[in-house]
Design a protein. Structure first.
Ligand SMILES: Nc1nc2c(ncn2[C@@H]2O[C@H](COP(=O)(O)OP(=O)(O)OP(=O)(O)O)[C@@H](O)[C@H]2O)c(=O)[nH]1
Ligand SMILES: [Mg+2]
Length: 232
């Protein structure tokens, strides 16, 4: 079974088209049993109501709702993993930056041996469309992380991936926010996961508001580096 885990916060404008795209793609694969778990983080719009309405017709679509405090993408992801039933975990964003149409490409790289398939913005045949500050920061972080930790992953900060759950659970993940993505990819490399990268087309969000806070991201990434240097 494939468990798709998607942290969400105020994605009312994306959630319905996203679920229908996912269903179309996944239901084409008769060989594949799947569940989609959304972890809502205190959304103030009707994201949760929209997911619940769909999940009443389709029990493969689930939502976990946080009601009292914001926990962040990393903690939400780990909570989703705890509730998942799949042998493999797919993570992606809800805002169509990660194209559901790229999922079959990620799946095609899975065989019994692959532990991690990363949807990469920075390999041959990838395309990415991001605003300049984000592009510069992303490239810079990837260059620094690659140099510092000598890993051969091209897109260390990618949040689009499929990972074998058994191996994921063995990683000591601590990141609470967006730093969960490089943390997973780096710790997977340190733990000698069999890793493949596939090219994706990454686009800037078109609907809904960005939750990205550059200063917070910078601090979180620096903290991750410090933690990994001190206790790799
Ligand atoms: N559970 C949870 N999900 C979040 C939170 N912040 C963002 N998300 C979700 O995480 C995914 C990525 O967030 P984005 O806001 O797209 O972050 P980004 O891609 O860095 O920035 P933009 O695309 O420019 O908005 C989306 O599915 C969001 O709905 C949060 O605090 N908690
Ligand atoms: Mg986004």
């Amino acid at each position: 079974m494939l468990s798709i885990i998607i942290p969400v916060r105020n994605e009312a404008q994306n959630i319905t088209p996203l679920i229908s795209r996912l269903k179309k793609i996944l239901e084409n694969r008769v060989d594949l049993d799947y569940e989609v778990i959304f972890i809502d983080d205190y959304s103030s719009d009707n994201t949760v109501a929209l997911i619940k309405a769909i999940s009443q017709q389709n029990p493969s679509i689930k939502v976990i709702q946080k009601q009292f405090e914001k926990i962040g993408v990393g903690t939400s992801f780990r909570m989703g993993v705890m509730h998942s039933k799949g042998e493999y975990i797919l993570t992606m964003d809800a805002d169509f930056s990660h194209n559901p149409s790229d999922i079959p490409k990620l799946l095609s790289e899975l065989n019994g041996e692959t532990d991690l398939v990363i949807g990469s913005r920075y390999i041959k045949q990838s395309k990415y469309y991001m605003q300049s500050p984000r592009k510069v920061l992303s490239k810079l972080f990837n260059a620094v992380l690659k140099q510092l930790f000598q890993v051969s992953i091209s897109d260390i900060t990618s949040g689009f991936r499929i990972v074998k759950k058994k191996r994921l659970l063995a990683l000591q993940l601590e990141a609470e926010k967006f730093d969960i993505h490089p943390e997973i990819n780096l710790k997977a490399a340190f733990s000698h996961f069999k890793i493949k990268e596939v090219p994706i087309v990454f686009i800037q969000r078109r609907r809904g508001k960005s939750k990205l806070n550059y200063l917070q991201m910078l601090l979180r990434y620096c903290r991750l580096i410090a933690n990994l240097v001190l206790k790799p």
